[in-house]
Design a protein around this ligand. Structure first.
Ligand code: ZN
Length: 699
């Protein structure tokens, strides 16, 4: 690991921050914190913290000693000076004289000493930083350091590598007791440049921001060298190319991988369906998945000893709130027998849930039964032969779980290289998982109505499709935007935080591949807005047969291909689903010379009813929206102008030519799709969004 400190960049950062009124020390601390935070080998997703002791003015201008320490909720990689709230040092230091302090008292004392009452809560490790005398202090959960300390004899290994220059602090959960112990250890080792918190992480000190930063890099590099010296090994030994320089040790064997192993896209819906809480009910609490299948991950999940090394616990304690103490370990899926795999998942998942409940009850007893159980669903799923999945209420949460799982793969692989991976015991893990100050990091915002759902919108790059993408995202759904034109799909998907997939929905292979990408990206699908369409014209007695057939390809067959691919996944998930078709008033109230458009759309209504009939027993609802006169890709500006002229009215009058006298927009249609997605007892229905047109009313 190389130092990435640059005096030029540090000066530029200082100039930028101090211009806005930030104190010089805090500006330097912000620069160093970002440097540390941007290296995933040191910290990820809110882990770690930094501090600086300086002087800031009280309201009367008098300077007071403060510690500016990372605030809860800030990520080191993107921290700003506001993420380092200033806390008056004297009241914090007086706490060191106390024998005990509850978490509530600690949080209250920290908040009470804030210079600005609007600041975020200072880190749960604030007192540790405050009690120590050094000006700049950095704390990370560096992978290489964890690999050394996460050993049965981690203290001996650390002493060998770090000597007396880093003093060792035994494992104690963060808070007042750890802060006092760290201070006592430092007093006995006052020449130390930092601390190793056994089974937790590393602290380094410095008189300057640069010194504290470079000591972190120096000592983490030492730990990396120790691991490299052992010759990096692999746990299964079969999947890593020789070129990567991995040697296969005698002690590790690969598992027997099924031939052919199933793909991530094939197993994801099975896993996702079974993870859902109360699976099979009308609206289960689903999870969104995030898949990882790199060489290191495969080596990890394919090791014969996976049940031992993968279920000891998390590499550093605070991962537990996002990953649970243990991952779910599945059997290796055989592509030719997914039913057997599903049965295997069901069995191990039931065991996982009852183990988790037993773990909760065992340790809640120590807390006089005061804790409330969290859900028993795993957040990391290991699949030999395939890879790993992170699971969460959203794609963002699933990604965090998967990132942490990959960090654990790296730490555990390194720990097994030099010895044997071992972490804090189960009681300590429980105390972190159920610590109110850790749970507070997760936030408790109410979920949006379509959170935990995955939706696909075809023809999603424009008009009604693009409006549906936005509306579904606004309700919290994860969305995949299918469009013939990938660049245009990306233009809609990116700002909405959706996934763009180029797909010609008239081609079976393209539809299959696109659905596989969605299953791999999110774990499956719950809602499909089958919207792609075209509006060819022609007098039916004279129209070229090719025009009619082409229209059937997109306005009927593409819907069938999409629906077929969707129900295959939905049935595998076993948690119901929702198919939504964009029909048209042409299906109900044909217009002259619009046969090539209206006839396949009429067939589409029949298709919708058939899916409702055949898949209702799987909880799959199927509905259509009948919209009319929506300015979009099908009804172009030019057509609007032409029709308005033909009727001798203005464009606005033409568009509002309905019973309500109001123009209907793509957003109105999108709202109808969302409404149908949220109506758990509605299937086989047509919802009209046309401002009122009696001739097109559903009879
Ligand atoms: Zn920590």
């Amino acid at each position: 690991m190389q130092s990435r400190w640059s005096d030029t960049e540090a000066e530029a950062a200082v100039e930028r921050y101090t211009k806005r009124g930030t104190n010089l020390d805090v500006a330097l601390c912000t620069y160093a914190t970002r440097l540390l935070g941007s290296d995933k080998r040191l910290v990820i997703h809110g882990g770690g913290n930094t501090s600086v002791k300086t002087k800031l003015p009280e309201l009367d201008g008098e300077l007071v000693d403060v510690i500016c320490v990372k605030g809860s909720g800030w990520d080191m990689a993107s921290i700003e000076p506001a993420g380092l709230p200033a806390v008056r040092l004297a009241p914090l230091r007086r706490l060191a004289a106390l024998d005990s302090l509850s978490d509530e008292q600690m949080v209250n004392a920290q908040r009470g000493a804030l210079l600005d009452a609007d600041s975020p809560n200072p880190s749960v490790e604030t007192l540790l930083h405050a009690f120590l005398p050094q000006k700049f202090i950095n704390h990370t959960h560096a992978n290489a350091v964890l690999a050394l300390t996460d050993q049965p004899d981690g203290d001996i290994v650390c002493h060998e590598v770090f000597g007396a220059r880093l003093a060792l602090v035994p494992y104690i959960m963060p808070g007042f007791a750890l802060a006092k112990r760290a201070l006592a250890v430092f007093k006995d080792n006052s020449a130390a440049e930092g601390l190793i918190l056994l089974k937790h992480g590393i602290f380094t000190f410095g008189d300057t921001a640069r010194e504290a930063y470079e000591r972190m890099i120096f000592w983490v590099s030492r730990a990396e060298a120790k691991i490299a010296e052992a010759g990096r090994v692999t746990l299964a030994g079969v999947h890593l190319p020789k070129a990567m320089g991995h040697a296969r040790p005698k002690s590790f064997q690969p598992i027997k991988v099924a031939h052919p192993p199933a793909s991530a896209a094939a197993v994801a819906p099975i896993i996702r369906g079974l993870l859902a809480i109360d699976g099979g009910a009308t609206d289960p609490r689903r999870f969104v998945l995030d898949f990882r299948g790199g060489a290191e991950v495969l080596d990890f999940v394919n090791g014969a000893e996976i049940a031992r090394y993968a279920t000891r616990g998390t590499a550093t304690p605070d991962h537990v709130i996002r990953t649970k103490p243990k991952p779910l370990l599945l059997p290796c899926p055989d592509a030719d027998d997914l039913d057997a795999f599903a049965a295997g998942v069901r069995t191990v998942l039931a065991a996982y849930r009852s183990d988790y409940q037993a773990y909760f009850e065992r340790h809640n007893a120590r807390h006089q039964g005061r804790k409330k159980p969290l859900d028993s669903s795993p957040r990391v799923v290991l699949v030999p032969g395939v890879g790993l999945f992170g699971a969460g209420a959203s794609k963002a949460e699933a990604r965090i779980a998967a990132d942490l799982a990959e960090t654990n793969v790296e730490v555990i692989t390194a720990a097994e290289t030099i010895g044997r991976f071992e972490v804090i015991d189960e009681a300590d893990i429980f105390d972190i998982e159920y610590w109110s100050l850790e749970q507070a990091k997760l936030g408790k915002a109410a979920e949006r109505r379509l959170a935990r759902h995955v939706a696909i919108v075809t023809g999603g790059a424009s008009g009604i499709g693009a409006a549906a993408v936005k509306a579904l995202r606004a309700e919290g759904a994860e969305v995949a935007v299918f469009d013939l034109d990938l660049a245009r799909a990306e233009a809609v998907a990116k700002p909405a935080g959706a996934l763009a997939i180029g797909c010609d929905v008239t081609r079976s292979e393209a539809v299959k591949a696109a659905f596989e990408r969605v299953a791999e990206a999110f774990g499956g699908v719950d809602i499909v807005v089958s919207n792609a369409g075209t509006a060819p014209q022609g007098r039916i007695g004279e129209v070229d047969e090719a025009v009619l057939r082409q229209s059937f390809e997109l306005n009927f067959w593409a819907h069938q291909k999409v629906a077929q691919a969707a129900v295959a996944i939905m049935v595998r998930q076993g948690t119901g689903g929702c198919l939504l078709f964009n029909a048209s008033k042409q299906a109900l109230n044909p217009g002259p010379d619009f046969g090539p458009y209206g006839i396949p759309k009429a067939a589409l209504l029949a298709l919708m009813r058939q899916y409702a009939l055949d898949y209702g027993r799987h909880g799959i609802r199927t509905n259509a929206v009948n919209a009319d006169r929506i300015r979009s890709g099908l009804l172009t500006d030019e057509m609007v102008a032409q029709r308005a002229r033909a009727r001798g009215v203005s464009e606005a009058e033409y568009l509002a030519g309905n019973l309500l006298g109001r123009e209907v927009t793509a957003d109105d249609v999108a709202r109808a799709f969302v409404h149908l997605a949220l109506s758990p007892k509605t299937t086989g229905a047509i919802l009209t969004v046309d401002g009122g047109n009696i001739a097109a009313a559903v009879r």
